[in-house]
Design a protein around this ligand. Structure first.
Ligand code: PLP
Length: 374
């Protein structure tokens, strides 16, 4: 068994150059005792709204709360339906369930891995309240047709932009197009905290007020509660960390685009391998670089043995998870998501990957393909 030559993600390499700057920012929070919500959160909210070209940002505890509070602020609840995709992290559907509504799935487009906009209208019923497209792997869903369908049927749109900080659709920032944009700052995301955090962007003042209320026990004024909310505040230390890291987000995203371009060049034309594609409308930020390959499980194992750590995002689509057995879905209901789940292989992806490491990944991947055919 060889040691790891190329890790899947190297957060230490990402943080070492800014460690001192972040430590200074964290010390300022300690000096001011601004730990739960507070001035550092307000500062980050202003900076992140500006970055996303949205009017408002509401900082919350994580990227699951941000989806949930968005739905609650829109009045989505018992008996309602929300349309989303089954090829996503479970949190997308969980938030819909915790709002009291039912997730209704639409399959993905096999080129972009985002919601197939031609299949949305067939999934709309009188109970549908919202569409929740997911900007999977860092590439935006095709937002223009989604917004058009939403206008026609009077639905809300929540962008699950957990993997898309700085991603663009026709030049517009992810999170600024729908009625709300939901972000996760889980440490491994493109913009990652040193702990857990999330945020919602919106251009709608009423929605913002609702989101602020739900993250703060349903109160607008301390100890006066208008609705039953939750404790979903952003941590002050995380806000300070994120304010520093936001300054380097574009540089990091460009680093990921460099890595993706290198992979695209080195792996072009391999028979039986589909590389990720960037739609004409998109500025893809490659949170995940997933190829599709037959014999995926064998290749994943061989890559590991050769010292290259890969991942699968995600091995089981949401409609086939035990947690959602109650929805009564079966294999065959969303064939593209299912075949992606069976064939996706995420290669190492982080901005600091060296050309040497990228070449090692490509060389070992080609060797695995040859080995799996012999
Ligand atoms: C990470 C992620 C979430 C959840 O974010 P947390 O901060 O971990 O709660 C939601 N949706 C998608 C698509 C994600 O990748």
């Amino acid at each position: 068994m060889s040691s790891v030559k190329v890790p899947f993600l190297d957060l230490k390499a990402h943080h070492d150059p800014i460690r001192q700057e972040v430590m200074v920012a964290m010390n300022a929070v300690i000096d001011e005792n601004a730990f739960a919500g507070g001035k550092f959160v307000t500062k980050f909210e202003e900076e992140y709204a500006k970055y996303c070209e949205a009017k408002y940002c509401v900082g919350v505890a994580n990227g699951t709360d941000s989806l949930w509070f968005s739905l609650l602020a829109m009045g989505v609840g018992q008996g309602d339906e929300v349309i989303t995709i089954p090829m996503t992290f479970l949190a997308t559907a969980e938030a819909i369930t915790y709002a009291g509504a039912k997730p209704v799935f639409v399959d993905i487009n096999p080129q972009t891995f985002t919601i197939d906009v031609t299949k949305i209208e067939a999934a709309i019923t009188p109970r549908t309240k919202a569409i929740m497209p997911v900007h999977l792997f860092g590439q935006c869903a095709d937002m223009d047709p989604i917004m058009e369908i939403a206008r026609k049927h009077k639905l809300f749109v929540i962008e699950d932009a957990a993997q898309a900080q700085g991603s663009k659709y026709k030049g517009r920032l992810a999170g600024s197009i729908g009625h709300a944009g939901s972000f996760s700052f889980y440490p491994g995301k493109n913009l990652g905290a040193w702990g857990e955090a999330g945020a919602i962007t919106t251009n709608d003042a009423a929605l913002r007020e609702g989101m602020q209320m739900y993250r703060e026990h349903g109160q607008k004024k301390k100890y006066y509660h208008d609705v039953v909310g939750w404790n979903g505040r952003m941590d002050g230390i995380q806000a300070a960390v994120l304010s520093v890291k936001l300054k380097y987000l574009d540089k990091a995203n460009n680093g990921r685009r460099r890595v993706a371009a290198r992979y695209n060049g080195l792996l072009a034309g391999l028979p039986g391998v589909a590389l990720p594609t960037e739609a004409a409308y998109a500025h893809h930020i490659y949170h995940v670089y997933a190829v599709r390959v037959a014999n995926r499980d064998v290749i994943l194992k061989q890559m590991g043995e050769r010292g290259v750590s890969c991942g699968i995002h995600y091995p089981v689509p949401v409609h086939l998870q035990n947690a959602y057995a109650n929805l009564g879905h079966k294999r065959g209901d969303f064939p593209i998501s299912e075949s992606c789940a069976d064939s996706y292989l995420s290669l190492p992806m982080f901005p600091e990957l060296t050309d040497q490491q990228i070449e090692t990944v490509a060389t070992e991947f080609k060797a695995c393909l040859a080995q799996s055919k012999s």
